[in-house]
Ligand binder design. Structure first.
Ligand code: C2E
Ligand code: CA
Ligand code: CA
Ligand code: CA
Length: 280
């Protein structure tokens, strides 16, 4: 029931927004793109608000096209889900991201790695063992990996998905509630999942300094995160004023264009080297 509702929503997004080129994407093309490693993991930095240090990256998938264009993840992720390819995609992208992380660590850049996990991946009881095997296979401790799950998918969470999340946490993975504030998940439901982090949705952060209502949501989220002993990340930080607002409110980490846009792995070290926090 609930899962079907989520899926039909995904279908609507995929069908409604598709450009002519995207409408022609077939299951074979998606499978070939996975096999050819045509999807690219890009990375966006996260910085500690108290000292400006970049301590983590979120992997955001990209699908470059022959003509130089790029298909957005919000277009192809629903297609991968619809065609039963999201597990294969997620596992490959996780493994490749871990390899990049290990290369950065060798260069003295110890960054936690955040990866988005589709609600569908949580429907399979074997997911926790598989994700652990993948990261350990790349020499990465699960404690260095944060899995981001949207607030909306927790609302629809089946007993299986809740137990998968609990098992992932027991294996040491960090668990982040993504897009917090947009999914209307009840606190009692959220408290059933052993989350380690809460990400305030970009919609509340961008423009917050001029909007009292947004500021109130940010303050309440930070207060909740403190009481539940969760790390807190503000996403969509585009200006020095937004950075300073989050810092004043006691937010832990910031992510957004101010610090850096998502970039290919090879460009990340220079993004880290060039970054200066506001006022520094
Ligand atoms: P998300 O997880 O909420 O990721 C944040 C999105 O906000 C990213 O869009 C990022 O590029 C964008 N963003 C970050 N900072 C700023 C900012 O300061 N201003 C603005 N305007 N935007 C900012 P992107 O890369 O297009 O990804 C969209 C969504 O696609 C993600 O939202 C995530 O839900 C999904 N996604 C991306 N990669 C994957 C993946 O590998 N697996 C899954 N399941 N979902 C993915
Ligand atoms: Ca995310
Ligand atoms: Ca988000
Ligand atoms: Ca989002």
């Amino acid at each position: 029931g609930k899962l079907a509702a989520v899926l039909s929503n995904f279908h609507a997004v995929a069908a409604g927004g598709a450009s002519p080129a995207e409408a022609l994407v077939s299951v074979d093309m998606l499978r070939e793109a996975i096999d050819a490693e045509a999807f690219q993991p890009w990375f966006q930095p996260q910085a500690e608000l108290r000292n400006g240090k970049i301590v983590a990256v979120e992997m955001l998938a990209r699908w470059p096209q022959q003509d130089g264009g790029m298909i957005e993840p919000l277009r192809f992720i629903p297609l991968l889900e619809q065609h039963g390819l999201i597990d294969a995609f997620t596992e490959q992208m996780l493994a490749r991201s871990c390899r990049h992380r290990e290369a950065w660590v060798r260069d003295g850049l110890d960054l936690k790695l955040a990866v988005n996990i589709s609600a569908l991946c949580l429907g399979d009881a074997a997911t926790a063992d598989r994700l652990e095997a993948i990261v350990r296979g790349e020499g990465v401790d699960p404690a260095s990996v944060v899995l981001e799950i949207t607030e909306g998918s927790v609302i629809c969470g089946s007993p299986t998905s809740l137990s998968v999340l609990a098992r992932l946490r027991l294996k040491g993975f960090g668990l982040s509630i993504d897009d917090f504030g947009t999914g209307y998940a009840s606190l009692s439901r959220l408290s059933h999942v052993p989350f380690t982090e809460l990400k305030i949705d970009r919609g509340f952060v961008t423009g917050a300094p001029g909007v009292a209502r947004k500021k109130a949501v940010i303050e309440a989220s930070i207060d909740l995160a403190r009481k539940l002993d969760l790390r807190i990340v503000g996403e969509g930080v585009e200006t020095a004023e937004e950075w300073e607002l989050l810092a004043r409110c006691g937010c832990g980490l910031a992510q957004g264009y101010l610090i850096g846009r998502p970039v290919p792995a090879s460009e990340l070290p220079s993004v880290v080297a060039d970054w200066r926090r506001p006022g520094a």
